[in-house]
Design a protein around this ligand. Structure first.
Ligand code: PCA
Length: 212
């Protein structure tokens, strides 16, 4: 059966939990539109996250990859549009590293767009009663690093031809502070977003949403 790889991060910045790992864990083994979901955790470390993602892609040869992370302060599921080729860490990662003004890939382009149908996913989420928005920045920390590295691999590895990928940020869980989203909503939102991404090859055009 074709696979979908979904990743979340371990907790960082002194938090006890990361909603992205909590949510994707619940999707592991699920069958969606003829695909089996494989969920994996990535470390919130610049030195290891892309190496582990690369190994997961090589091992599972997924048809689609959705990486997810926590974005404290956001109140909706953020469908990220663009990954940029810069690292500018505002806090240290889980290994104490805090790179400033360095590229993710010295020989890579300035940016990559998500190849997931973010507007169709937005519509599906809003129709499902889940707060959602299109986001124009995944930041410049480990999440953007993984998003850029994912898109660079998919764009440059011939073995990944036709594989689509993207990134979604999730709000805090209620126990982390406000604004927040419940784990149930986050899990259900990721299912809706993934099902839509698997079914939709060509994105729709639509306003970026009420939260813009
Ligand atoms: N969020 C961070 C890194 C790990 C995570 O879950 C970010 O937005 O970069």
């Amino acid at each position: 059966m074709h696979r979908v790889l979904v990743t979340g991060f371990d907790p960082f910045g002194g938090q006890a939990v990361n909603p992205s790992w909590a949510a994707v864990q619940a999707l592991d083994g699920l069958q969606l539109d003829g695909h089996r979901v494989v969920a994996a955790q990535l470390p919130t470390r610049f030195d290891r996250c892309l190496h582990e993602l690369d190994e997961l892609i090589t091992a599972h040869q997924p048809a689609l990859v959705l990486c997810t992370g926590q974005a404290g302060g956001r109140s909706a599921i953020s469908l990220e549009r663009v990954a940029i080729n810069v690292v500018d860490a505002r806090i240290p990662d889980n290994a104490g590293a805090q790179p400033i003004d360095t590229p993710v890939q010295p020989d890579g382009p300035a940016a990559y767009f998500s190849t997931l149908p973010i507007k169709a996913m937005l519509d599906a989420l809003l129709a499902g009663g889940i707060r959602a928005e299109v986001s124009q920045t995944a930041g410049t920390f480990v999440c953007n690093h993984v998003f850029y590295g994912l898109m660079h691999r998919l764009a440059s590895d011939p073995a990944c031809a036709g594989v689509r990928g993207g990134f979604v940020h999730l709000p805090w869980l209620p126990e982390q502070g406000r604004p927040s989203m419940t784990l149930e909503q986050a899990v259900s939102g990721l299912q809706i977003a993934l099902r839509c991404a698997l079914r939709t090859r060509t994105d729709i055009r639509r306003q970026a949403g009420a939260l813009d």
